[in-house]
Design a protein around this ligand. Structure first.
Ligand code: PLP
Length: 396
């Protein structure tokens, strides 16, 4: 399967660049400069230095003794929870901030839902001395106070968005509106494998460091480069595409993505885009999304803020149609159970997002020789309030 979109940014029928006409020159400029420098020695050097000495890469590939015993297979965890700021998100923002610098941009804008991408962006803006504006739904600002404080402490301006449902999709609209008004000096830093071309491809490549490291680490720890399974959670799809990237053309490796079913796929309180979504345009690209019959985007629901998104990246939509990746829906309850499970069995408290990937393990028929890699996209500190609200004694 081809890992690259075509010259217009399409993966089959998905992708492209659906942006207001005034932004088109900016998107073209980005496409041109991105393709010029992505492979250049200077860019790769700067990126590798920052990934090693600032993010803390390579992240460990931990053999999970507890999970391995419980599921009767060889289970490894790829430890993106140990990246600076607590998740895989920094892999992407490091790449994009270097690109913005190269393009001579003077200001960074981003949208954020739960605040995780906003914090990652504010972090690299502080590092690289860029003024930073983060658009965030007013309701999300109340729900995610600690992340608002973090962004401000890092020097970012957090702009409350009062329109619509005052959440992620409204913040995205507002960021695009700002970009339209200030196209020349502003770089729009998108946080997942979504958006107009070239963002989905760019984010996938920046995150593909995850599967590249897994290949090397498995070779030295297990004596084989390709596992039997790779499991990852999907919101917009960046950690999953990064964990899958180098295995997409390995016929031995089954790739399974866990999307958030929320209260259940049939309940109306769900973020299971593949299960209940249909083809449409969201966030500047054609992909699958949850929408009404007349094309209005439906608010998503998940206990995990990072998966609470009504769309999914276009590459994922194509991988689904090609039957290369299986997308399973994991409920809030299944994810919470998996989180309490791994805390006790292996001494690791996962992010609620990552717990969705772990919840796939009991659904597999594993053999003792199977090698399974679960991408642990983030750590659970940010989710303690949710975990604490559950009666731990009622969990396994
Ligand atoms: C943001 C986030 C996700 C979801 O985003 P993707 O782009 O789908 O990876 C998953 N896990 C963690 C820890 C996150 O912060």
């Amino acid at each position: 399967m081809n890992l690259n979109p075509d010259s217009n940014g399409f993966y089959g029928i998905y992708g492209g660049a659906f942006v207001p006409e005034v932004l088109y020159p900016n998107v073209l400029e980005l496409q041109y400069i991105y393709s010029e420098i992505i492979g250049s020695k200077a860019f790769v050097h700067d990126q590798e230095q920052l990934l090693r000495h600032y993010v803390g890469r390579p992240t460990p590939l931990t053999f999970a003794t507890g999970l391995s015993e419980k599921y009767g297979a060889r289970v490894y965890l790829k430890r993106e929870d140990l990246c600076h700021t607590g998740s895989h998100k920094l892999n992407n923002v490091i790449g994009q901030i270097l690109l913005a610098k190269h393009m001579g941009k003077r200001c960074i804008i981003a949208e954020t839902g739960a605040g995780q991408h906003g914090v990652a962006t504010a972090t690299v803006c502080a590092l690289m001395k860029f003024p930073c504006k983060v658009f965030m739904g007013a309701k999300d600002m109340t729900r995610q106070q600690p992340n608002v404080f973090r962004m401000r402490m890092l020097g970012a301006e957090v702009i409350p968005v009062q329109s619509g449902s005052q959440s992620l999709k409204d913040a995205t609209n507002e960021a695009i509106r700002y970009w339209v008004a200030n196209p020349e000096d502003t770089y729009y830093l998108i946080g997942s494998a979504i958006g107009p071309h070239p963002y989905p491809d760019m984010v996938a490549r920046f995150q593909s460091v995850i599967s590249r490291e897994i290949t090397t680490q498995l070779t030295s720890q297990e004596g084989c480069a390709n596992p039997n399974y790779v499991l990852a959670c999907v919101g917009g799809g960046s950690n999953a595409i990064g964990a899958f990237y180098h295995f997409i053309n390995s016929s031995k490796t089954r790739l399974i993505a866990a999307e958030a079913a929320g209260k259940g796929v049939g309940t109306g309180y769900t973020a299971a885009t593949m299960a209940v979504g249909s083809v449409g345009v969201i966030h500047g690209c054609k992909t699958r999304l949850i929408q009404t019959d007349d094309g209005q985007i439906v608010e998503a629901h998940s206990v995990s803020a990072g998966l609470d998104y009504p769309g999914i990246g276009p590459f994922h939509a194509a991988l689904r149609d090609a039957n290369r990746v299986s997308y399973l829906s994991i409920t809030d309850t299944e994810a919470l159970t998996a989180a309490f499970d791994v805390a006790k069995s292996d001494g690791i408290i996962p992010a609620l997002e990552s717990a969705h990937a772990l919840a796939v393990l009991p659904k597999l028929q594993l053999k003792s020789t199977d090698v399974v890699v679960v991408n642990l996209s983030g750590r659970g500190d940010k989710d303690m309030e949710t975990y604490a609200s559950i009666d731990a004694t009622s969990m396994p």
